[in-house]
Design a protein around this ligand. Structure first.
Ligand code: GRF
Length: 193
């Protein structure tokens, strides 16, 4: 990736649902100092609530249902090329991208995961963390590889679990952390390229 001074990096965000991380990424990307410009939003769900943030900010979006993975992925690769996308941020995207997609895109793909990776990969992290009586949890921004939640860690933020915390309270607290952490991790990642 060639970084030219003053030019923002064309970014695509992939979502599946609520899109609160997309909302804060859009908001933060609009600041003059942000290194990214969000040019494309991809959703695998046509009723993803988060799509409204793309619409509100007049960002192009595509919906592909991934019923046939390779067809959806090839269409998306075309869109990414058309919009000259240089980095993808997964934000609550509930599909696993194929090895082929990752190879063909051949540029960085980042993800945010609500646990202190490598602990608690996969779904229902908060419930498992509470059940296991962990003392800390948190969120991680990492690079995406074809292995679930396993790529190089870019940034993590730790949160102390209180006696009365539940999966619900943890979800709320961690989302709040994520809304800052993702943009911070992108800045760190791009600065180190
Ligand atoms: C976040 O907790 C993120 O870490 C995980 O999925 C959730 C997405 O939330 N991958 P939202 O759709 O951004 O509100």
């Amino acid at each position: 990736m060639v970084k030219s001074i003053g030019k923002k990096i064309n970014t695509a965000v992939f979502i599946s649902g609520r899109g609160s991380n997309l909302k804060s990424l859009i908001k933060n990307s609009k600041s003059k100092n942000s290194p990214i410009k969000i040019k494309l939003v991809i959703s695998n769900k046509k009723d993803a609530v988060g799509l409204k943030y793309a619409k509100d900010s007049k960002i192009n979006f595509s919906i592909k249902n991934f019923k046939k993975n390779s067809i959806s992925e090839n269409y998306i690769l075309g869109q990414l090329l058309k919009e000259k996308i240089e980095i993808i941020c997964l934000a609550g995207f509930m599909k696993i991208l194929s090895k082929n997609f990752i190879k063909k895109f051949n540029k960085p793909i980042l993800n945010i995961h609500p646990s202190l990776l490598p602990k608690y990969k996969g779904l229902n992290t908060h419930t498992r963390v509470i059940k296991n009586k962990e003392k800390f949890t948190g969120s991680t921004v990492h690079l995406v590889t074809s292995k679930l939640d396993s790529g190089k860690i870019i940034l993590q933020k730790k949160l102390k679990i209180l006696k009365n915390d539940t999966a619900k309270t943890l979800e709320k607290k961690i989302l709040k952390i994520e809304h800052k952490l993702y943009s911070k991790a992108i800045v760190k990642f791009l600065a180190n390229l």
